[in-house]
Design a protein around this ligand. Structure first.
Ligand code: PMP
Length: 385
């Protein structure tokens, strides 16, 4: 298979799997237990937490809370701010957030909160004036993503954080697609809450982090036992925590080289597909974006048909969000960038990883180009697989 859907999830790195293994077999003690068999596991968990803190630029490992993933971290951060500042009824977010923030904000709107959703320009950058105007004293929290999962477009977090902090407001950042791909240094950016998920950077699924800056009030989302210093109840996903820390170490160690190599593969994919279909275009291609993400609109080629045909050639890619019926809905991100519904439904996302090879890109380009020709001519031909 040629896997070009790494923004959906990634393969667990062999080193990560190896680091996790003892915690799935011999070291199965409960970190909360009083005997040595549990305490040994507790020490591993705290080591993992310290590694994560150091790699994120957090000065104190107590700022790191393990969760079940970014969805939970996002929900926890926003709900906490609303509980901490009960008189503030406003939430500021953007039109291009992942569904874990988008649908949470929709629900909060139904609960009576005032959700202000900032638009983006055609390029994918934030509408700054609209953003600054929304930051009034009655805002409980500002929640903005760092890297967009569909286009890879990066929001300039230093600028955003400076603006939000100048107004004295709380800032939550969904950094799920940024962590492991670009440097994220929390010692240099005044972010209050930050969410991440291990499976986006070759760690396991079902484990994430919510960074909570020291001194920022926090009301727990999951109630129960006293784990995670009373901030996230439930017996620890120990193997997951170990895997997350190892995956983050690996990503940090190879980030620079990976990013240069992945950029060149991604650029090759884009330029060859654009050369084949000159009316195609790259969404977010004019602004700073992740090295691994190519989001292309290919007019006249229905995303869903292309994805189905690609899967027949064992190539995994992705479109907008699949709705419950399985039919593809136009991407809210591309629509926010001003694409028509039709063009949004002619768009496909390829996302690479450090394991993507030159040969895979060359083979994928061939297949995609042939399929584009086929789908545009409305016919169906057979090709050598
Ligand atoms: N935010 C972003 C930007 C994402 O890309 C994702 C995963 N697609 C999430 C949040 C949710 O992560 P998880 O499903 O691991 O909770």
């Amino acid at each position: 298979m040629i896997y070009l859907d790494n923004n959906a999830t990634t393969i667990v790195a062999p080193e990560v799997k190896e680091a996790m293994e003892p915690y799935l077999s011999t070291m199965y003690g409960n970190p909360s237990s009083v005997y040595e068999f549990g305490k040994r596991v507790r020490r591993s968990v705290e080591e993992a937490r310290a590694i994560v803190a150091r790699l994120l630029g957090s000065h104190d490992a107590r700022e790191i809370v393990f969760t079940s993933g970014a969805t939970e971290s996002n929900n926890a951060a926003v709900r906490s701010a609303l509980k901490s500042f009960r008189s503030r009824r406003k939430i500021v977010t953007t039109r291009v957030e992942h569904s874990s923030i988008k649908n949470l904000c929709n629900a909060l709107g139904e609960e009576g909160y005032d959700v202000i959703t900032i638009g983006v320009e055609r390029s994918g950058t934030l509408k700054w004036e609209e953003f600054e105007r929304a930051l009034t004293g009655d805002v409980a929290i500002v929640t903005v993503m760092w890297a967009n999962n569909e286009t890879g477009v990066l929001f300039p977090m230093e600028r955003i954080a400076a603006i939000v902090k100048a107004k004295g407001l709380l800032l939550h950042v969904d950094a799920t697609q940024a962590v492991g791909k670009i440097p994220v240094d929390l010692s240099g950016v005044p972010i209050d809450f930050l969410s991440l998920s291990a499976h986006k950077f070759h760690g396991p699924k079902g484990i994430g982090v919510l960074f909570i800056r020291e001194g920022v009030p926090f009301e727990p989302f999951v109630l129960g036992g006293r784990q995670e210093r009373d901030r996230r109840a439930g017996t620890e996903n120990v193997a997951g925590m170990i895997g997350l820390s190892r995956a983050l170490e690996l990503a940090a160690a190879t980030m620079k080289a990976d990013s240069a190599r992945v950029t060149s593969l991604r650029d090759r994919l884009e330029s060859q597909l654009l050369a084949h279909s000159p009316d195609s275009f790259v969404n977010g291609g004019e602004v700073a974006r992740l090295a691994n993400t190519a989001n292309l609109t290919i007019p006249g080629v229905e995303t869903e048909l292309l994805l189905i045909r690609l899967s027949e050639f064992d190539i995994a890619a992705s479109g907008g969000s699949a709705c419950l019926t399985g039919a593809l809905e136009p991407s809210h991100v591309l629509e926010a960038m001003g694409l028509s519904r039709d063009l949004a439904l002619n768009s496909v996302r390829f996302s690479l990883s450090r394991y993507t090879t030159e040969e895979e890109i060359a083979a994928a380009v061939d297949v995609i180009a042939n399929l584009v020709s086929e789908l545009r001519s409305g016919g169906r031909r057979t090709y050598d697989q």
